[in-house]
Design a protein around this ligand. Structure first.
Ligand code: G6P
Ligand code: ZN
Length: 541
């Protein structure tokens, strides 16, 4: 088959962010835009000649067309084989598992995660390395550099490749293997969790409400929860993935998973509720009238993971992103485990997991996972919770009460100011950064500043560094605030303000009330209202 060499030139703004390149779908649909980036991935990783790649996505609008482009371009650049999920579908954790299990040289995942999908919404693409994890900065920097000097890309003139039939076909000399997206992932979950105990739980009439939010986890959750574990048919809601996620915002938090929250806080609530995001790596856990924050979820899993067979020998260590609450630190301290704080972005956990320094990781942004893959994993977190509940024979609320009684409660909330003016947002951060050296010891709105820093990280494994990863101000008495600008937004700037306060005794407060003094202190320091032009955050989680 004829390889076509298409002349092109660099396109501005193809710099990967927190999680790959994310833009409005129509931007990706411009002639050559995707092609430029894909060829730059090939260049950034030293070519794909003779290599084996995994390719799949969350099924959002443009997923199908983009996969055809990638397959042609992989073949044109000499890849030996591409393993692709049937119909181009793969959840992010399932893609990570496939890369690892098949010993692939890497993978390309198409997703804008929890951002809405559709022609006027968002699309994204990211490259994962042979360990199954998101490319580290050295690799994304090389890809970005390639986008700035590209002058051609290679493709093949072929009709569309059939991705609906399992098995092998060829594009030019390259083998395309179409695989069942669920099978290998479900097998991995069976190795980690006590499926017999879970089946017994469901046989006893335990009720679960899993909201797949019209996104990729639908087929995975139906197979695992309903078919293999025997949860009642229909326990998985919104189970069919749709290109526009049914017009919704597939982000599992109390704001966007309204239906689930209503069910769990209503009369006759099921025993356990959960949701996952567009590409299946995020999770939300909620019991009867009991929402569990991602930071608390991580702490509970760290304290109880040994109850699941895959973690029975204990954890090597735990890791959290810096803005994630310190609740897990208290568990690690009590249990004598190492605890690492990394910059935001799952990629920073990769080395810790590979080196065996940490087994469990989590982020406030609704991500939890372990060393079973190199991505966060929504359904994994759900199964881990269910396994723990089955062993402890407790409700979610009882587990939380027990946890706080032992470790204390870290009240936590994130306030987001979305799509604000970029200059205003940068100005706010710059001015606060400049003020940091003089803050220590100062009293602000009744709280005394204990430490104030612009977070920078040195990876304990390879010594790589990442600076300016968020402003962190701690106050005496166990309160903390973190400010950073989102790295995943596609419009203006999104300012995230993360608030926490530790309480050793009083566990029944409303989180917003408990955190009001911390919010007042940061308002006094940073003048968020005036600078953002907003009276209140757009989203509170
Ligand atoms: C993606 C990454 C996460 C990260 C999150 C932060 O979901 O996979 O690892 O925590 O983005 O997003 P932000 O918008 O805060 O940069
Ligand atoms: Zn996601």
């Amino acid at each position: 088959m004829q390889v076509t060499r298409v002349a092109t030139q660099p396109i501005e703004g193809q710099k990967p962010g927190t999680s790959g390149l994310r833009k409005k779908t129509r931007v990706f649909m411009q002639a050559g835009y995707l092609e430029n980036f894909v060829q730059s991935i090939w260049s950034g990783i030293g070519g794909v000649d003779g290599r084996v790649l995994v390719v799949g996505g969350d099924g959002r609008y443009f997923n199908d067309a983009a996969i055809q482009v990638i397959l042609r371009m992989a073949a044109a650049s000499g890849a030996a084989k591409v393993i692709v999920g049937q119909d181009g579908l793969l959840s992010t954790p399932a893609a990570s598992n496939l890369i690892r299990k098949r010993g692939a040289d890497g993978g390309v995942i198409l997703s804008a995660s929890h951002n809405p999908g559709g022609p006027d919404e968002d699309f994204g693409i990211k490259y994962n390395t042979p360990n199954g994890g998101p490319a580290p900065e050295a690799v994304t920097d090389a890809i970005y550099a390639a986008t700035q000097s590209i002058d051609h890309y290679l493709t093949l003139e072929t009709p569309d490749i059939d991705l609906s039939t399992l098995g092998e076909t060829r594009v030019g000399a390259m083998v395309v293997e179409v695989v069942d997206p669920v099978a290998d992932y479900a097998a991995l979950m069976e190795e980690l969790f006590d499926f017999n105990a879970l089946r017994a739980l469901f046989v006893s009439g335990y009720k679960v409400h899993f909201d797949a939010m019209h996104a990729i986890t639908g087929p995975y959750a139906v197979e695992i929860l309903e078919n293999r574990l025997g949860a009642a048919k229909g326990s998985v809601k919104n189970a069919v993935p749709l290109p526009d996620f049914g017009g919704g915002h597939p982000d599992p938090n109390p704001v966007w998973a309204k239906e689930l929250m209503a069910a769990m806080y209503g009369a006759d609530a099921p025993d356990f509720g959960a949701a996952s995001d567009g590409d299946g790596d995020r999770n939300m856990i909620v019991g009867k009238s009991c929402y569990v924050t991602p930071s608390d979820s991580l702490a509970v899993l760290a304290a109880n993971a040994h109850l699941a067979p895959g973690y029975a020998t204990g954890l090597k260590g735990v890791a959290r992103s810096m803005p994630t609450s310190c609740a897990v630190d208290r568990v690690a301290e009590a249990r004598g485990m190492a605890c690492y704080a990394t910059p935001t972005g799952w990629k920073f956990f990769g080395n810790l997991l590979d080196a065996g320094l940490a087994t469990l990781c989590g982020e406030e942004s609704a991500g939890t996972g372990s060393d079973h893959v190199r991505e966060k994993d929504g359904l994994w977190a759900v199964l881990m919770w269910l396994n723990i509940l089955a062993v402890k024979r407790m409700s979610v609320g009882e587990v939380m009460a027990e946890h706080w009684a032992e470790f204390g409660r870290t009240y936590y909330s994130r306030h987001d100011y979305e799509a604000i003016d970029s200059q205003a947002a940068n100005g706010l951060m710059d001015d606060l950064r400049a003020a940091l050296p003089d803050l220590i010891g100062r009293e602000v709105a009744g709280l005394v500043v204990q430490s104030a820093e612009d977070f920078s990280y040195t990876d304990p494994v390879d010594g790589s560094t990442a600076a300016r990863q968020g402003i962190q101000i701690s106050f005496e008495g166990g309160a903390r605030v973190v400010l950073r600008l989102s790295g995943t937004g596609t419009e203006g700037a999104t300012l995230r303000v993360y608030l926490e306060r530790f309480d050793a005794r009083d566990f029944g407060q409303d989180p917003q009330a408990a955190l009001a003094p911390v919010a007042a202190a940061i308002e006094a320091l940073a003048g968020i209202k005036a600078r953002s032009g907003r009276d209140a955050p757009d989203v509170i989680t």
